[in-house]
Design a protein around this ligand. Sequence first.
Ligand SMILES: [Zn+2]
Length: 159
Amino acid sequence: MDRLLFNMTHRCGHRQLPGASAFDRHEARFIRAAFSCPHCLAELARRSMLDTRVFVNLRQQASDGLAFVIEVADASDELGELLASTGYHSNRKTLDEMSPGIRGLLHDDRFWSKEMSFASDADPRQVVEIIDRVKLEMTWLEPYLPLGAEAIEYCTFPL
Ligand SMILES: [Zn+2]
């Protein structure tokens, strides 16, 4: 199994690097091989002057619940396709903890988001599990960002 993964190549021809073992069951594990590698996509973003950033926030949902919301701003077209195939949706920006997606009237095709919801009375262990999923998400997204970890912001909303 591991050997197969190590030998997978990305669309750009570069070899797929093994991620953390927790990443083995992640939906992006295999899908991302169909796209250029993180290095090439980060380079593409740099050349295209895209300041791809990730914002992670906790947000009140319309229903009786909360959600960790991961928002990716200024993604290249190809990174957008990868995000779309791993559970992200093209979306409007979140303004604050209480107002999902009201900034900007039109959907922005460079702006992607993924929500991980839970009930406001959820078992704390379930919340910790979701936090671990958010961390894993940052682990695989970080190499795609031109500024790496510096481009990931917590409890800050997109401009
Ligand atoms: Zn590459």
